[in-house]
Design a protein around this ligand. Sequence first.
Ligand SMILES: *Cc1c(COP(=O)(O)O)cnc(C)c1O
Length: 376
Amino acid sequence: MKNIDFILNNLGEENFESVSPPIFQTSNFRFSDFKSFQNALADEEKALIYSRGNNPTLNVLAEKLAALEGGGKVLLFSSGMGAISTAILSAVKAGDHAICMEGAYSWTHTIFTQILPNYGVDAKMVEASHILDCISPKTRLVVVESPLTKTFELIDLKAISDAAHAVGAVVLIDNSYSTALLQQPFDFGIDMVVYSATKYIGGHSDVVGGVLICSNEKYSKIFKKEYLAFGSVMSPFNAWLFLRGLRTMPIRLKHIAETTHRVLDFLRNHPAVESLLYPGNSSKEQAALFEKQMKGISGLFSVQFHNKSAEAMEAFVNSLAFFQMAVSWGGHESLVLPYALWDEQKHSGMARFSIGLEEPETLIADLEKALTCFIA
Ligand SMILES: *Cc1c(COP(=O)(O)O)cnc(C)c1O
């Protein structure tokens, strides 16, 4: 990785030395003569022709994200799911076998269980511990999320990459929890990296977007086919918001990790808490994978409480004053998500927390007060 401050601050020479980049809010780009238009069309991947393909504001963001990732080329999407669906559909066709790690993001799960089967793809959700056994010569794609964003289980990225490559399959990782700052999947042989930029890259809960990073060769293929054809491209204004978010991502994640450790330490010793779910915490094997693959934790974790009553959970979340109740995560505001919203039986007494930028004392005091709901 190049010097991080250089990556985040350098805007190149073409932008009038502005400290913040201009937003090229344009749909198309004009040509002064026939020949230059013809040359651009012959080089569609690089040329500025139409903003569903290339746009200078998006290109600034794409270059920074590739530099942070330590290589590859970046495609930018209107949502994380735009990136994930485009990457998946670029990698499989009818008759292929595809595997997705059980517990992956719910809409990725939907692609595997409700969409790919309609197009003749043998798509299977597989528990992390069985993925290696399920990779066969017909496998073309393995999708992993490590850590998962509910149970925070990690998977051995190098082992999965090696097994997939041995049969000619590619591996896609959803790296949203970690960002490039905490986990560099290319180091472990992963082929395609996707992000819900909505989370830590944006960081302010004000914009939805997605990122796909892959080799130059894959980029060329996907750009000319799925990217331009599906067209779920990021807008110039949203690219500008992500550039703005990116500048503070290192300092935000540092603060968030510090606060998260403080909050976890508080919860670990609290009598209402049965267990804490965060990367590396569940076993020796998981701790070893955490050491090998990640540089630290971010701000998302789950808590299993002893008290499994739905009423206690309802009282707990209702009495939190600073943890807001909402989907998504990775913003400036701390959030709580009780899983009983979806299934009161299966996930009783379990909630996910996203730590934001508040002072740790504020959050701990808020929890301390609300946790009495589980004990009374
Ligand atoms: C939010 C999320 C997504 C989807 O991203 P969008 O930007 O909402 O489309 C994908 N994966 C994970 C792990 C997420 O948390």
